[in-house]
Design a protein around this ligand. Structure first.
Ligand SMILES: Cc1cc2nc3c(=O)[nH]c(=O)nc-3n(C[C@H](O)[C@H](O)[C@H](O)COP(=O)(O)O)c2cc1C
Length: 184
């Protein structure tokens, strides 16, 4: 039998995808934040997602005030943008779309735009808010999901083998490995 060591827990559940969340100010100017704490909550009826944001971040204020955000799931090739966006604040007047050469595309139902370079984008409006320790949890109802044409089949279903998500685990970033099973 293998022995166990006790570890002081920190981000104990792994892995999580990195996400780019877009919110807007009262004038409609968009801002982007990198988040590792993004989750599925209610999966089908309704579809709800959770994002955990520190109160000190500018995006927290924008999402709280405007009640809307988009979740944009980057590819592993977007690692440097994901890291850069997570190291600067829109509060300092930085236009992160311009700084990181990302293209905003209009959402259909909400003001925050989606990010063209991310293969999957979710339009969300806030339906819940909870303090959650050192982060605050925003619950978003997903009003619409966009998928790149070349990563979906004719029925609009995602071709998961083409998404190439960026995975965050501990102090490192990873790509997905091989597919080893099926669950329907
Ligand atoms: C990989 C990564 C994951 C992050 N995850 C979170 C997170 O889940 N919640 C959070 O509030 N900040 C997270 N951050 C930090 C924010 O992205 C960072 O504080 C950012 O500068 C805030 O931008 P803003 O002030 O424009 O909103 C993460 C940063 C990186 C690089």
């Amino acid at each position: 039998m293998i022995g166990k060591r006790e570890r002081k827990p920190r981000r104990p559940i792994y892995p999580t995808p990195a996400g780019l969340i877009v919110s807007v100010d009262a004038k409609g100017k968009p801002n982007i934040i990198t988040l590792g704490e993004i989750f599925n909550l209610s999966v089908k009826n309704p579809v709800w997602v959770g994002i955990a944001v520190r109160a000190a971040n500018y995006s927290h204020q924008l999402i709280k005030e405007q009640g809307e955000f988009t979740v944009n799931l980057p590819t592993a090739s977007m690692l440097s943008e994901v890291q850069g966006i997570g190291r600067c604040s829109g509060r300092d007047g930085i236009d992160k779309f311009a700084r990181f050469n990302l293209t905003p595309l209009p959402s259909k139902f909400i003001k925050p735009p989606i990010i063209a370079q991310c293969p999957v984008n979710l339009e969300c409006h806030v339906v819940g808010f909870h303090h959650a320790g050192d982060h605050d949890l925003f619950i978003g109802e997903v009003l619409l999901e966009h998928v790149d044409e070349d990563k979906s089949n004719a029925d609009g279903e995602r071709d998961e083998s083409k998404l190439d998500p960026l995975i965050w685990l501990g102090s490192g970033f990873y790509r997905l490995g091989e597919k080893i099973g099926e669950h329907r």
